[in-house]
Write a protein that binds this ligand. Structure first.
Ligand SMILES: NC(=O)C1=CN([C@@H]2O[C@H](COP(=O)(O)OP(=O)(O)OC[C@H]3O[C@@H](n4cnc5c(N)ncnc54)[C@H](O)[C@@H]3O)[C@@H](O)[C@H]2O)C=CC1
Ligand SMILES: O=C(O)[C@@H]1CCC=N1
Length: 270
């Protein structure tokens, strides 16, 4: 992997995280290229990471691995632009929500290997969840390259491609759900008279501690919840209200909406 040149085409929020992970893991900066629409963004990427910012065509020509970090609805235009520069031997890695590997394969020379990855923003602190799916022409070797690309960002898992829209609903969009829950807990704490800073500290540390227990204790979430819930206690009273207000249905509906939206994005993309 370190001998290969990697280009991040459309180095926005997620693309920059991949780029930063590569550099952090010791990939030589002179083998990392980035592309950006605005000159000030290009300067920022060079200043922060020491990488060269080039045009999309130059990136596609020089790199062995092309990570596509543009928004899904911008991907078709980028593929039209770079298609003739994608020569045999190059690997395409898509970060785009919703778009199947066939979207890329259909717009690139026959046989181009494509891998679809759904990662998430905790990549910023080395705790991403990245799910990797090889398309038709991608081999285990290509999957290993994608794994090397995303390992510096956190955990990786391989999933069949048909599961990717569900993955997007659970872990791709997932951080936003947790942030909303923490935000709601802070507001509720403030309503009960806690200073905002105290409410924030309590809610955030509770989220961190609970997340670590979920990951490290091996206990089922229901078991962990039961251990907090004393008979006739405070937690039982709170949980009854969350259930009464339809928390489970709200999550089920929310994730179904995210899943449907991923499918709509694929249908809208040209
Ligand atoms: N934000 C998130 O939490 C997640 C986003 N994704 C996916 O990652 C991709 C990127 O999302 P973000 O980083 O949030 O968006 P972003 O808007 O921060 O990044 C996209 C970048 O692409 C650049 N761009 C657009 N067209 C271009 C072109 N023709 N040539 C060169 N650069 C071009 C934009 O200027 C921008 O910097 C999307 O496809 C999204 O579905 C996946 C997982 C999580
Ligand atoms: O909201 C979105 O479409 C992107 C994909 C997953 C997280 N953010």
């Amino acid at each position: 992997m370190s001998e290969q040149t990697v280009a991040i085409i459309g180095a926005g929020k997620m693309g920059e995280l991949v780029l930063a992970g590569l550099i952090r893991s010791g990939h030589p900066a002179d083998r990392v290229l980035a592309t950006a629409r605005r000159p000030d963004r290009a300067a920022e990427l060079t200043e922060r990471h020491g990488v060269t910012v080039v045009t999309n065509i130059e990136a596609a020509t020089r790199a062995d691995v092309l990570a596509i970090g543009v928004k899904p609805l911008d991907a078709g235009k980028v593929l039209d632009e770079i298609s003739s520069s994608v020569t045999p031997g190059k690997l395409i890695v898509s970060l785009c929500a919703g778009l199947p590997t066939s979207f890329f394969a259909n717009r690139l020379p026959e046989g181009t290997p494509v891998i679809r990855v759904m990662t998430n923003t905790p990549a910023m602190v080395g705790h991403a969840m990245s799910a990797i799916s090889p398309g038709d022409h991608a081999t285990d070797e290509h999957v290993a390259i994608a794994d090397d690309l995303f390992k510096p960002l956190g955990a990786t898992v391989r999933v069949p491609e048909y599961q990717q829209d569900a993955v997007t609903a659970v872990s791709g969009s997932g951080p936003a759900y947790f942030y909303l829950v923490v935000e709601a807990m802070i507001e509720a704490g403030v309503l009960l008279g806690l200073p905002r800073q105290t409410a924030r500290e309590l809610a955030v540390q509770t989220a961190v501690g609970s997340a670590l227990m979920l990951r490290d204790s091996g206990g089922h979430p229901a078991e962990l919840r039961e251990a907090v819930t004393s008979p006739a206690g405070t937690t039982a009273a709170a949980l009854r209200e969350l259930e009464r207000n339809g928390l489970r249905t709200a999550f089920s509906d929310a994730l179904s909406a995210a899943h449907s939206r991923a499918q709509q994005i694929a249908a809208q993309a040209k």
